[in-house]
Design a protein around this ligand. Structure first.
Ligand code: G6P
Length: 474
């Protein structure tokens, strides 16, 4: 029985099944996993996650009770749930990633989508079943009075379900995403919106990355549920229960990041990249290939910058690293293709014998990304909307002499905006101007700002972020 539990869709590791049937383990990606991995190990937390792939299912089936740590893997206490693939697919791809993610990041092309029909109802039932599987596993594993930290939009219904099973537990929910404003949240079918909000309000504590997202959640509770909201005291009272609303920004463990970024594999990537680009200035971006990251407009801004500033031709290179994500969704495959098309257009228009204006890489290569951070003169982070964005925090730590261009719609803008060059992510021309401004900024000024950015980025490392939420459950 466990005193502290974490639940999330993606766990700290995933498994790859090779053709000869063997399994290899790798670290999971994304902000949630980077934030939680070390903390969970240090505090001896039991982590409950879903099997995401055939590789994961292969590993789980050989582990007693789904406990990968008990099957000899060095994962920290970890139980992976083998949810039937069709149910998982509908819950993760159709509801969590194609619906809830789109709502919270304002991604719909509304004349066409969303479209809530009979098929959606089946998908929604799968989302309920998948949440139920998590609630049951947590109810089984938790010691009396244990604290359970439920993560993200995949598991919005778990807090209320778990409270029904185990009223002795203290439950927190944390959203790593933005939260939609009420008018946009109202795109969801009324009963679905209500169930989502009531699901999270089943927690004692509902956490968000910024005051802005917490405010949007409270606005939805008031508008959709008619709940009683105390914005100053940050509480929501509904159906006789009160949930505290918390704002917990997430930063980076700077020392651990530096240790990793100083390893020989990163250093050799730095040397190779330097060889490739010479002494030209570098504009860097690093993202999942994700619609909300706004990569296509970022490339368009670089193109406009090259068009309006020919004096920079041959003197700058843009490294755009976009590692693969959510490729089961057609929108994501199409987006990756659109990124590649935009890159090709820039190369065709401006590339010469001795100058590649753009190096796009769509493979996952963590040490290479760390090398790019270290070499950056300008870091471009221009999401349409983002819960926090850890790239904006990791960059200044590894390259304090780089200028940060930051979307005002990223949660990180609340802490970093003052020292960054902030942009409206839809304004391609303004982003192009910011690229130039970053390049011509004196090295002294970049370093002055970068030092302040790095300090802000390391202020709330993951263990403090987590400790704060645990304390809030006392
Ligand atoms: C965001 C979400 C996480 C998610 C990550 C990667 O950071 O908030 O919950 O794990 O993206 O996405 P994926 O679908 O690959 O887990």
């Amino acid at each position: 029985m466990n005193a502290i539990l974490v639940a999330s869709n993606r766990g700290p590791v995933s498994f790859i099944l090779s053709e000869d049937g063997s399994l290899s383990m790798r670290r999971g990606g994304g902000g949630l996993v980077s934030g939680l991995s070390e903390v969970a190990k240090d505090l001896n937390v039991l982590w409950v996650c879903a099997a995401l792939s055939d590789g994961d299912r292969g590993a789980v089936r050989l582990a007693p009770g789904g406990r990968l740590d008990q099957a000899g893997y060095d994962t920290g206490a970890l139980r992976m749930l083998d949810i039937p693939p069709a149910t998982f697919h509908r819950a993760y791809n159709a509801v969590a990633n194609s619906t809830l993610w789109f709502v919270h990041h304002l991604l719909y092309d509304t004349p066409n989508m969303p479209h809530f029909d009979a098929r959606f109802r089946r998908e929604w039932e799968s989302y309920q079943a998948y949440n139920e599987a998590f609630a049951m596993a947590l109810a089984e594993e938790a010691a009396h009075g244990a604290r359970v930290m439920v993560q993200d939009y995949h598991l919005s219904l778990v807090p209320a379900m778990l409270r029904g099973e185990r009223p002795d537990l203290r439950v927190a929910h944390f959203s790593h995403t933005p939260w939609a404003p009420p008018e946009y949240f109202a795109l969801l079918p009324d009963d679905v919106g209500t169930e989502l909000l009531e699901g999270i309000l089943g927690a004692d504590h509902a956490g968000f990355l910024t005051a802005r997202w917490a405010g949007a959640f409270m606005d939805c509770c008031e508008t959709v549920l008619g709940a009683q909201v105390d914005r100053r005291g940050r509480t929501v009272t509904h159906a006789g229960r009160t949930t505290r609303i918390g704002v917990h920004s997430l930063g980076v463990d700077g020392e651990a990041l530096w240790t990793r970024a100083s390893e020989p594999d990163v250093e050799s990537h730095m040397a190779a990249l330097r060889d490739q680009v010479g002494d030209r200035m570098l504009i860097v971006r690093i993202d999942r290939t994700e619609l909300s990251k706004n990569i296509v407009r970022g490339l368009a801004a670089y193109r406009e910058f090259l068009a309006t500033h020919p004096e920079w031709h041959g003197r700058v290179v843009h490294l755009a690293f976009a590692y693969p994500s959510r490729h089961d969704l057609p929108e994501y495959r199409e987006y990756t293709a659109a990124v590649q098309r935009s890159a090709k257009e820039i190369e065709d228009e401006y590339g010469t014998e001795d100058w590649d204006p753009l190096i796009l890489n769509v493979n996952d290569d963590y040490p290479r990304s760390l090398a790019a951070y270290r070499l950056a003169d300008v870091l471009l982070v221009n999401p349409i909307r983002d819960g926090m964005n850890l790239v904006a925090k990791e960059g200044p730590i590894l390259s304090p002499r780089s200028a940060l261009i930051l979307s005002r719609e990223a949660g990180a803008a609340a802490e970093l905006g003052e020292h960054a060059l902030t942009v409206n992510p839809y304004d391609v021309s303004a982003t192009a101007s910011a690229l130039r401004e970053g390049l011509v900024m004196s090295e002294g000024e970049r370093l002055r700002r970068g030092t302040l950015l790095a300090a802000a980025a390391t202020a709330l490392p993951p263990h403090l972020w987590f400790a704060d939420q645990l304390a809030a459950l006392k």
